[in-house]
Design a protein around this ligand. Sequence first.
Ligand code: ZN
Length: 248
Amino acid sequence: MGEVVKYLVSHQGKLLSDRFSEPLFGVRPFDDVECEAQYPLAEGVSLLVLETEPPELLALDLRSKLAEVDETEFGLLARAAQIAVWHDRHRYCGHCGTAVEADAVELAKVCHACGLSVYPRISPCIIVLVVDGERCLLAHNPRFPPGRFSTLAGFIEAGESAEAAVAREIREEVGVEVCNIRYVTSQAWPFPHSLMLGFLADYAGGELTPDGVEITEAGWFTRDNLPDLPPRFAISRLLIERFIEGRY
Ligand SMILES: [Zn+2]
């Protein structure tokens, strides 16, 4: 009796699904398709990277899928999506240019010419809700749907602490200062390989001045005049829900 093995499949960095938008396959469905690689995701679940895309499969709408799954499945899909992108985009050694191969033991690719190992890329980002008593600061990014407002976010730069990134991003994007920066929680965000570190911070001064690029509109909102918010599965919404519930 072998263990039950399920598969997620990817091709060219994208997860695939069946015609019902289900990404998890109970048995390996394509005996005639060559695999570039196979990576363990969890107990009894593997990612198969296909060389060619079987015509009966579709690209998975990852955002929609993540919105409807539980925390365990969210983690599985986020891990699969990030490894799929990493496999697709890291094919040669960044030091000597030789083609890299999957390591036999670790989740890594190794260069047999110079010995360099590369691991799946994770890009740390901060995401922060600024609060000021009974109001919170929400902002509109031009990539959002019209009328949608959310928390502020940005990548942590080389050599920077997460707290310093929080203060810098807020200053750059909306021109205000904060204090009492406190960590809340984190979430893998596989678009394509972010790790969102969620914070709350208190307003400490300055005029709201959107930078006009990342942020085109920003404002202070109370619980009873909130705008259109991000979907419930996103960490931004979780931070806003804490404000709504008075846990901040
Ligand atoms: Zn090398």
